[in-house]
Design a protein around this ligand. Structure first.
Ligand SMILES: C[S@@+](CC[C@H](N)C(=O)[O-])C[C@H]1O[C@@H](n2cnc3c(N)ncnc32)[C@H](O)[C@@H]1O
Length: 286
C-alpha cells in the first residue's frame, strides 16, 4: 500500500495500487538516477514512453533541467546521453517511444519574455533568440531528427517515426507558414527481435490522430502532459502484459498512471520535486 503523505526529505517514493500494481518515483537527474538503478542491479524495463523537455520551449524552474543548452548539439547530446542509460536499462526485446517536438530559431536578439505556459518565470535571452546559433533566422531547427540520427549513431534501431496528429490543439498564431499540427513519436528498439503487436493500430499504422487535451488527473498540474490515449496506444503495441514501464521525464506521471491502470508496474524519474509530489498524489489514489 502507498503511504498517504509525501516525505519531503526523501528522493524516492514507492507504493502500489489497490489492485497491487507497484510503482516507484525517483527525484533527480535522469542520467544520474538511471546509472544508480543500473549499479544497484535494478530490474530492467520492458517499455519506455517519454517526452523530454523540448529545446527552449519551457522553463521547469529546476537547476540542471534539460532544454536550456546554449547550442543545438549540446541539447542533442543531453537527450542522447539519457537515452544511452535508457538503452542500458532496457530489456533486449524492449521498446522505446520518444515524443519530440521542434523549435524555430528566431535570432531576433531580443528576449522572448515570459514563458507563455509559466507566467511566474521569465526567460533570459534564450539561445534560440540570441545571435550565433549557427542556423539561418526563422528556420525550423529539425530537433527531432537531429536527436534520432544521433541515437542511431549510438546504436539504437529506429523502427518507426510515428506522426501524432494533435487533434483539437490550439492553433499557432503564425501567418507566414503552415501551422503545426503534428509531432513525432519515434519508436526505437535495441535488437532485431522485440515485442510488437500490430493489431491495435491496424488502419492507423504510423499516423495517429489523438486529441491533445490534457488528461483529467494532470490538468493544471503540468502544462505539457501526455494524453492518456497516446500512452495507452504505445503500451498496446509495444509492451507485454505486466511488463515494467519507465518514464525518465515523468512530469505529472501520465505514463505511470496509464501503465498501472493497465496492470503494468511503472517507474518515473523527474528532476522537479513539485512534479514528483503531484505524481505521488495522483498515483496514491489508484
Ligand atoms: C515534457 S515534461 C513531461 C510531461 C509528461 N509526459 C506528463 O505527461 O506529464 C518534461 C519533464 O522533464 C523534467 N526534467 C527536465 N530536466 C530533467 C532531467 N535532467 N532529468 C529528469 N527530468 C527532467 C521536467 O521537470 C518535466 O517535468
Amino acid at each position: 500500500m502507498s503511504l498517504s503523505t509525501f516525505d519531503d526529505n526523501s528522493d524516492q517514493w514507492r507504493g502500489s495500487s489497490k489492485r497491487g500494481i507497484p510503482w516507484e518515483i525517483y527525484q533527480g537527474d535522469a542520467v544520474t538516477v538511471l546509472k544508480n538503478l543500473s549499479n544497484s542491479s535494478h530490474e530492467k524495463f520492458d517499455c519506455v514512453i517519454t517526452s523530454p523537455p523540448y529545446y527552449w520551449l519551457r522553463d521547469y524552474g529546476v537547476e540542471g533541467q534539460i532544454g536550456h543548452e546554449n547550442t543545438i548539439d549540446g541539447y542533442v547530446r543531453a537527450i542522447a546521453e539519457v537515452m544511452d542509460e535508457v538503452n542500458n536499462m532496457l530489456t533486449n526485446d524492449g521498446t522505446l517511444f520518444l515524443n519530440l517536438g521542434d523549435t524555430y530559431y528566431s535570432g531576433k536578439g531580443k528576449s522572448h519574455g515570459i514563458d507563455p505556459k509559466n507566467t511566474a518565470r521569465r526567460f533570459g535571452l534564450r539561445a534560440v533568440d540570441a545571435s550565433g546559433l549557427g542556423v539561418p533566422r526563422k528556420t525550423m531547427i529539425g530537433i527531432p531528427w537531429r536527436v534520432a540520427l544521433e541515437m542511431i549513431s549510438r546504436g539504437w534501431v529506429l523502427r518507426s517515426s510515428i506522426i501524432w496528429v494533435k487533434e483539437k490543439s490550439l492553433p499557432e498564431s503564425v501567418m507566414d507558414r503552415p501551422r503545426r499540427k503534428y509531432e513525432f513519436i519515434f519508436m526505437f528498439v535495441k535488437d532485431r527481435h522485440y515485442y510488437f503487436k500490430r493489431e491495435p493500430i491496424q488502419g492507423e499504422e504510423d499516423v495517429w490522430h489523438i486529441p491533445d487535451k490534457p488528461n483529467s488527473m494532470s490538468r493544471g498540474k503540468h502544462n505539457a502532459a501526455f494524453p492518456d490515449k497516446l500512452v495507452q496506444r504505445c503500451l498496446d503495441i509495444g509492451c507485454k502484459e505486466g511488463g515494467l514501464v519507465l518514464d525518465p521525464f515523468a512530469g505529472s506521471g501520465t505514463t505511470l498512471r496509464v501503465s498501472i491502470e493497465s496492470g503494468r508496474p511503472a517507474i518515473g524519474i523527474d528532476l522537479s520535486t513539485d512534479y514528483c509530489r503531484s505524481m505521488y498524489e495522483s498515483l496514491s489514489e489508484l
